[in-house]
Ligand binder design. Structure first.
Ligand SMILES: [Mg+2]
Length: 210
């Protein structure tokens, strides 16, 4: 057993899982710019009411995935901005939580993803998990709820209703960042939030309630 010094906190940090796309990165905006420039469409992120971009792009699943993979290798991805307030929020929450990024992206996107995170969130997360949501090979795919359970997460933040439902189903509370593509009734254990400002306010009020 390792004894910590009296100066260190005796209480282990809680674990916070955060999604990447449209939670930390403004991927929807960057993706729209990429797709409009490359494939001649003309849409903006706020018009996207379906999580599946194949519906927006009128593409079959294979072509949709190919374009998403292509996007991740472009400057549109590299230059994507961080979601407003996310950097300061993670910096603040890092005092109370170990932060794990848990993304639906697949392993093949690791290098470009790490580059973006290094540029925008350096030192603010402990680990990253690629769950391969769109992988067709089941052996390359994981449920976010399995990862959350494995890392002992206390809380999860995502923008996709299906991921929120999955994680809430194993009893881990979820904050769902409001987007046009996640409208509808949220399941039990999921709280819809408007912004990182609201997330910080909710978590601060929980701290004072203890
Ligand atoms: Mg997302």
């Amino acid at each position: 057993m390792i004894l910590s010094s009296p100066h260190e906190s005796q209480k282990p940090k809680k674990v916070l899982g955060v999604d990447l796309d449209d939670v930390l990165a403004r991927t929807g905006d960057a993706m729209a710019s990429f797709h409009n420039a490359t494939y001649g469409t003309n849409y903006v992120r706020d018009e996207v009411v379906d999580y599946n971009l194949g519906t927006v792009w009128n593409c079959a699943p294979e072509e949709t995935q190919r374009r998403i993979d292509e996007f991740v290798g472009t400057e549109f991805h590299h230059q994507a901005e961080a979601v407003f307030g996310a950097y300061d929020a993670l910096k603040h929450l890092g005092k109370t939580y170990e932060i794990a990024v848990v993304t639906g992206r697949h392993e093949g996107m690791r290098d470009n993803t790490i580059d973006w995170l290094t540029k925008n969130f350096l030192g603010l997360y402990r680990e990253i998990h690629f769950t391969g949501h769109y992988e067709t090979d089941p052996s390359k795919k994981r449920l976010k709820s399995s990862v959350m359970t494995e890392i002992g997460a206390d809380l999860f933040i995502d923008d996709a209703l299906h991921f929120a439902s999955d994680v809430a189903s194993v009893g881990i509370p979820v904050l769902l960042l409001d987007t046009p593509w996640n409208q509808g009734v949220v399941p039990e254990g999921v709280t819809r939030v408007a912004s990182w400002t609201e997330i910080l306010a909710i978590l601060a009020s929980k701290e004072t309630l203890r």
